[in-house]
Design a protein around this ligand. Structure first.
Ligand SMILES: NC(=O)c1ccc[n+]([C@@H]2O[C@H](COP(=O)([O-])OP(=O)(O)OC[C@H]3O[C@@H](n4cnc5c(N)ncnc54)[C@H](O)[C@@H]3O)[C@@H](O)[C@H]2O)c1
Length: 358
């Protein structure tokens, strides 16, 4: 590996410019050497602002560039899989925004391409890198030594996730957004696509509970009303209730609450684009010391930590905390929730299903 990881950056829209370009640009052990967007004027203007030498309008050209070691791909959920697979096949490590794919079979193809080519594949689950979430994980492990989980709740209604400032920094052109065909699992009826889209957009709240609790085995129940969804995922001895909704608000409404027999860990992630403010954590321990704790993560932005982690994994040859194999499971769970809802019955979660469907 060269001294610096040389990055080819694909997709300079909102998240590309407001989040990932600044997060990767500040790293001393990485350099953004090439940029790509289907919108040529936008790509050129963004390259000028960030002093990036090479500009492409097709990721296929960018991945042929020998100066590119790794691809950071911030485009659109319907093309993450294709771009990632092309880059992995070209021998590049890949960071892709979430959701990694919109079908489990596409996600599985990504995993296989990473394994076949011995490249890193990491998915943008930045909440796993939030300093407050790391504190919550320590508290969770300490509680889990003495008592068992009895119930969990993952709740996301959203609100203002942008927090004002970054939009002002963004370059925009009058080039139209590319028309990208939607791509959903074959079993999904057309009228269920908006709900699947909602789940995929908020897939963090399937992923984050898994970071603490591991993998659920079954979807016991799923039901929706316009704009909201409730799903109950079984962990054998306890359930995780997954609540998805929508609120128009200045604040951000998201919570992962894990109950133990003798206490709880309550995690409130910040609005995603709020910089340097970690998740709020509240821990209650009822056994012995009856303590109520508010562990505070260090100031830090999850997206910056995430970028550091990707580059470190490449340099140190480590599996990312939000690697492809692990992230694939979230897409399987999203599909299982939809199947349970469509069939109106419990649905076993089969993490091998993708391979059978190929
Ligand atoms: N981590 C989070 O919390 C979070 C929050 C918001 C969005 N996202 C994800 O970030 C991604 C990007 O979202 P966004 O809001 O920046 O979208 P956007 O539409 O503003 O930007 C996407 C850019 O990619 C370009 N593009 C599309 N297809 C391309 C292709 N084949 N090759 C090259 N360029 C291509 C578009 O021209 C556009 O400039 C999405 O996957 C979205 O789900 C993640």
């Amino acid at each position: 590996m060269t001294e610096k990881v040389r990055i080819g950056f694909v997709g300079c829209g909102f998240m590309g410019q407001c989040v990932h370009l600044p997060s990767f640009h500040r790293l001393r052990n990485a350099e953004i050497v090439a940029i790509c967007d289907l919108r040529p004027r936008l790509a050129r203007a963004v390259a000028r602002r960030w002093r990036i030498g090479k500009v492409y309008t097709s990721h296929l050209d960018l991945i042929e560039d020998d100066d590119v070691d790794a691809v950071v791909e911030i485009t659109n959920k319907f093309v993450h899989a294709q771009i990632a697979i092309d880059a992995l096949e070209a021998g590049k490590d890949v960071f892709t925004e979430k959701p990694m794919a919109t079908t489990s079979s596409d996600a599985l193809e990504m995993v296989k391409a990473a394994e076949k080519n011995n490249q890193k594949l990491m998915v943008g689950y930045m909440k796993r890198y939030d300093p407050g979430v790391l504190k919550a994980k320590e508290a969770f492990q300490s509680l889990a030594e003495h008592t068992e989980v009895t119930y969990a709740r993952s709740h996301l209604f959203g609100g203002d996730w942008i927090c004002g400032a970054p939009a002002e920094e963004r370059i925009m052109t009058d080039e139209p957004s590319p028309k990208i065909p939607a791509r959903y699992p074959d079993f999904l009826p057309k009228d269920r696509e908006p709900l699947m889209n909602h789940i995929l957009e908020q897939i963090h709240d399937i992923n984050l509970p898994r970071y603490f609790l591991g993998d659920p085995s079954e979807v016991l129940f799923s039901a929706d009303q316009p704009g909201s969804l409730v799903s109950v995922l079984s962990y054998g001895d306890f359930s995780l209730v997954f609540e998805l909704g929508y609120i128009s608000a200045d604040i951000w409404d998201e919570q992962l609450l894990i109950y133990f027999r003798n206490g709880w860990v309550d995690i409130r992630p910040p609005p995603p684009l709020l910089r340097n403010v970690p998740a709020k954590v509240h821990v209650y321990k009822a056994n012995g010391d009856h303590a109520e704790l508010l562990p505070h993560g260090s100031w830090g932005w999850s997206f910056e930590r995430q970028a550091e982690h990707f580059v470190k994994c490449i340099i140190d040859d480590e599996e990312p905390l939000s690697g492809g194999v692990d992230s694939y499971k979230d897409i399987v769970i999203a599909e299982s929730i939809m199947k349970s809802m469509i069939e109106g019955r419990p649905e076993k979660i089969d993490f091998e299903l993708g391979s059978k469907n190929r």
